[in-house]
Design a protein around this ligand. Structure first.
Ligand SMILES: [Zn+2]
Length: 67
């Protein structure tokens, strides 16, 4: 996997570098074991998740800033 591979943000449709993307693994329901990976900008993920949901602290780490 190279560092210049690009993916599409599932929230805004813009492209971003894979290395900068938050990766969302989606399992449609508990019976279906397959997962789909979606990608997004970190800021879009943080903005769209309800504030009551605890998020991984690395999402707020300035050293891992990607946007
Ligand atoms: Zn986006």
């Amino acid at each position: 996997m190279d560092n210049i591979e690009k993916v599409v943000c599932c929230f805004c449709g813009e492209t971003l570098l894979l290395k900068d993307a938050v990766i969302l693994s989606i399992q449609i329901n508990i019976q279906i074991g397959e997962t789909q990976q979606l990608f997004c900008h970190k800021n879009h993920f943080i903005a769209l998740i309800d504030k009551s949901i605890p998020l991984h602290p690395d999402l707020f780490d300035e050293k891992i800033q990607n946007i």
